[in-house]
Structures are given as structure tokens and as C-alpha cells.
Design a protein around this ligand. Structure first.
Ligand SMILES: [Zn+2]
Length: 212
């Protein structure tokens, strides 16, 4: 995929997430890695539902922009790319159900959906940090090696994957799981998948991650 095609893919995923109510107003940001070590990232303060490929900011390997003003969450994105060489794309958003769990300080770590254990794994909550600052990156850093999605306390969520489509799907799955968990709690259910079945699913997830 060349640079322009990757910009088009970012725009496509951003519009999809905007239409689903996962990105609201000018919230959130998306980025993807280029083969030369550079990064494409959504511009600061932009409505993600109205993006055009030409508006996507290109960063050089050292993080300086070729043009435009990159998202203010650039430190978070750079930290994740440094810690996870397998990650090629990142989506940060404030979807309502997942963000409510982040506000409540409740991890999405109950084994309630077999397929979510495979795709999403357990989703922890990072300690509170000021948005748009280096400290946000530091709060997420200890969780990045073992997880592909993290809730940001009193803020939102970040998901990362091997490409921008997968990162977008992961954010959709995260919001879907948060919504189902909320409904299951409102039904008064404490049902979870039995531990021995969770172990089988987690073994399969580990094998899938290792083969990437
Ligand atoms: Zn944010």
C-alpha cells in the first residue's frame, strides 16, 4: 500500500467510526506506519467524519511533520510504535460505553464472550494522565506489551493492530463488548465462561499473537 492508499484507508476507517458514533465531534485520532519508518496521522482538531486524504499529516521518522499540525496525542502513538514493532496502526477514540468503563475505573476483563477473548483479550485501565501530554504515553506504556486495547482513565480508549482496518475493528469490538457487559450487568447476571474454557481460549489467542 503506498502513502496515498494508506491515507485513503485512514479516511475510510475514520468515516466508518464516525458514522457508528465511536468518534464524535473532533475527538480521537488515527495513525498508520509507513514502510520507511514515517507515520501518517490525523490532523489536530479535525472532524474525523469529514476528513480528506490530503489533510492527513505525514511525519518523518524523527516525528517532525512534513506539513500541517499533527494530532496532539502524537506522544501516545509514538510510544506504542516504539514498544510494539508489530503494530502498524493505532486508533484513539472516546466511544460512550467503553469510556464509561474508563471513567468508572472498571477493566473489561470478565470472560463473557468467547470471540472477544480471542480478538480483544482482557482490556485494562491505565492510571489517569493529562491528555495531550507525554504523561498519557507514560501511563499506557506498562500495558502495551501484553494488550492490544487499553482504557484511558477519565478519558477514552486506544486500540492498536497490524493495519488500520484491524485497529478500527478492534475499537468497534471494544465498544460492542463494553455495551454487552453493561447490559449483562443490568440484567443482574454474573455468568462468565468457566475458567478451564477461558484457559483454552487464552492459549489460542497467545498462539495467534505469536504467529503474527
Ligand atoms: Zn482523547
Amino acid at each position: 500500500m503506498n502513502e496515498y492508499q494508506l491515507k485513503q484507508a485512514i479516511v475510510r476507517v475514520a468515516r466508518r467510526l464516525d458514522q457508528k458514533g465511536i468518534l464524535t465531534s473532533t475527538d480521537g485520532n488515527l495513525s498508520a506506519r509507513l514502510d520507511d519508518g514515517g507515520t501518517l496521522i490525523t490532523p489536530s482538531g479535525s472532524c474525523k467524519g469529514e476528513l480528506e486524504p490530503e489533510k492527513i499529516v505525514r511525519l518523518f521518522r524523527d516525528g517532525t511533520p512534513r506539513h500541517g499540525r499533527p494530532s496532539s496525542e502524537i506522544a501516545l502513538h509514538r510510544m506504542i510504535y516504539e514498544r510494539r514493532p508489530d503494530v502498524r496502526a493505532i486508533v484513539h477514540a472516546h466511544p460512550p460505553y467503553a469510556t464509561a468503563y474508563a471513567v468508572a475505573g472498571m477493566a473489561l476483563d470478565q470472560p463473557i464472550l468467547s470471540e472477544a477473548i480471542l480478538t480483544l483479550g482482557r482490556v485494562p485501565v491505565a492510571s489517569y494522565a493529562m491528555p495531550t501530554a507525554e504523561e498519557l504515553a507514560r501511563s499506557v506504556e506498562p500495558l502495551v506489551a501484553q494488550h492490544d486495547a487499553v482504557l484511558l482513565r477519565f478519558h477514552g480508549a486506544v486500540c492498536f493492530a497490524r493495519d488500520i482496518e484491524q485497529a478500527g475493528y478492534l475499537m468497534e469490538t471494544l465498544e460492542h463488548v463494553a455495551r454487552i457487559d453493561f447490559i449483562r450487568r443490568s440484567l443482574g447476571s454474573n455468568e462468565v465462561i468457566p475458567q478451564h474454557e477461558v484457559a483454552r481460549l487464552e492459549d489460542l489467542r497467545a498462539a495467534m499473537r505469536a504467529s503474527r
